[in-house]
Design a binder for this molecule. Structure first.
Ligand code: 5GP
Length: 193
């Protein structure tokens, strides 16, 4: 998606050869107009997949997911990183290893907001080693629902997340695919340029 790629080039900062900082429009401050375009792009790609729910992980997935859900005219469900006291009753839970923090956390989904008939689109900001997306997919499967696709804003294609997800049988669409990061270097996958 050219708009997102241009923004990554103009405002993104490679912190190392593996971490990209995009705090100015996605992870800390959010550009709502850009997120709306991101949502429209996911809509165009996934509109014929019969999606009934958009699912994302708090917090950076929420903005793009909400616009995607609005375009698809379906609800958006947030996977919680902490078990809230009011999230009692039936919940599905799984453990995720965090790429950026090097720690793990529990991801929780209430059974109220997903059912066996659902066809779910998982949206997340980054795809690195695929832990977050795989964990989200596990929760969807625990609920007996179907994963219709996985939509990612920024895929770091030099890491193994896509391979992991595709090997598990999931369909992945990434709007920007990064082939290489380094000090002052952000390179996209050749065919996307
Ligand atoms: P994975 O689970 O695929 O290894 O990592 C994906 C998650 O880690 C994303 O939800 C995102 O929050 C975070 N993440 C991974 N790589 C980056 C990165 O380069 N920059 C930022 N800002 N977040 C990242």
């Amino acid at each position: 998606m050219k708009l997102l790629m241009d923004r990554i080039l103009s405002e993104g900062r490679a912190l190392s050869d593996s971490v990209l900082k995009v705090d100015g429009f996605l992870n800390h401050q959010v550009d709502a107009d850009l997120m709306q375009e991101v949502g429209r792009d996911f809509y165009e790609y996934f509109k014929d997949y019969g999606i009934t729910r958009v699912l994302t992980i708090e917090s950076s997935g929420i903005a793009p997911a909400v616009y995607t859900a609005q375009a698809l005219k379906v609800p958006m469900v947030i996977l919680k990183k902490q078990t809230s006291k009011i999230l009692n009753g039936d919940v599905y839970q799984t453990n995720i290893k965090s790429f950026t923090k090097g720690t793990s956390y529990e991801l929780t989904l209430s059974s109220n907001y997903i059912n066996k008939e659902d066809r779910v689109l998982i949206i997340d900001d980054f795809l690195a080693n695929g832990e977050a997306a795989t964990g989200a997919a596990r929760l969807v499967e625990m609920a007996g629902a179907t994963i219709a696709g996985i939509g990612i804003l920024i895929e770091k294609s030099f890491q193994n997340g896509r391979t992991k997800l595709e090997n598990a049988g999931y369909h992945v669409y990434s709007q920007a695919r990064i082939a290489r990061l380094g000090e002052g270097i952000i390179e996209f996958v050749e065919e996307d340029k």
